[in-house]
Design a protein around this ligand. Structure first.
Ligand SMILES: [Zn+2]
Ligand SMILES: [Zn+2]
Length: 159
């Protein structure tokens, strides 16, 4: 570090704290909206519930396929090949051209259900993603302040 820069390190919010907060928020959403908690291996409040306020968006894990058209485009091009003559792993010119084309197609749109975060904290844009239930293979991207739950709960009041 150079000059008079001061590096402020805030205590990071732990994955456990985030999980605990998101489960508490799930229960609060259930109470506020009368949605039924899912129940299952992840625990009654472990799956989240679909709900949006001015402060946050929560979406349970999405079990479905791409719905932005990206995979359709890729699959349609694939079905254009005569599949009987091009089994998986075929390395002919046509298949090589297809692979090259696929690599240039990028990925799903940010609005695709497969891409949307399971939790978005609007004030900072922080995103949380989990697999099936809260805390499992959880990824936190961006700045999620330690008091995010308080603001989320406040935004639920009167819902
Ligand atoms: Zn998609
Ligand atoms: Zn081929």
């Amino acid at each position: 570090m150079s000059g008079n820069e001061v590096l402020v390190i805030l205590p990071p919010i732990s994955d456990d704290d985030v999980s605990t907060s998101l489960r508490a928020l799930t229960r609060a959403i259930a109470n506020a909206t009368r949605q039924v908690l899912w129940g299952g291996l992840g625990g009654d409040d472990g799956y989240g519930l679909a709900h949006e306020t001015d402060v946050f968006v929560m979406r349970p894990f999405y079990w479905g396929d791409c719905d932005c058209g990206h995979m359709d485009r890729i699959n349609n091009r694939w079905y254009d090949l005569d599949l009987d003559n091009h089994p998986g792993g075929c390395d002919c010119e046509q298949c090589a051209a297809y692979s090259e084309w696929v690599n240039k197609q990028g990925r799903c749109l940010p609005t695709c259900s497969t891409e949307l975060p399971n939790f978005l904290y609007k004030p900072t844009g922080a995103r949380v993603e989990w697999y099936k239930w809260i805390g499992r293979d959880m990824e936190i991207k961006g700045d999620l302040p330690a008091d995010f739950l308080t603001h989320c709960l406040q935004s639920l009041e009167g819902a």
